[in-house]
Design a protein around this ligand. Sequence first.
Ligand code: URA
Length: 205
Amino acid sequence: MNYLKFNESELDDELKEKSIKEVRQVCLGCKSCDLAQTRRNVVFSDGKAGAPIMLIGEAPGADEDATGIPFVGKAGKLLTSLISDVGLSRENDFYICNTVKCRPPENRVPTDEEKCICERFLNAQINIVRPKVIILCGATSAKSFLGNDIKITQIRGKWFKLFNSLDAVVIFHPSYLLRNRSEEENSPIWLTKQDLIAVKNFIGK
Ligand code: URA
């Protein structure tokens, strides 16, 4: 698909927070697709707009829909603990959002149409936050940027330049990790920790 756009201007942290707040307000009122009929809350983002790492997931699940905060359910808790296991801080180092801001019924994968309709919000988030690195978390997120033909097992751990400018790495989605709990060397959880360590090194922490 690779439909996202990118512009080149830089904002300071205060202006980033202000701009993100404005985009959030617009997003909270969005009724551009049918997901608006079934959502309880729009799940816009969590974390600081000036954070060095932006993590982009798929779409909110039930817990996120109930709270309005991304990655707070079982998968989110696992993600948060992996982040702290490698010495990063979800609160200070991450700006977290999803490709689609409203929960698809029964947690189905968002359609390409829903992703396209929601694209303007993700686009604005990337342009404002301008992180040092983007983590594409799971297949849906990776496909939004790298095309629908990618295979997550083939590209996880690989680094890409998005928009010829932004560094990005693909990691497994924590829902997949919940179904594969081994922590042995080369297990999905072990590989994900290696990916997060690479991110940590990349931002110089
Ligand atoms: N899965 C996602 O991709 N995003 C969330 O916010 C929660 C679960």
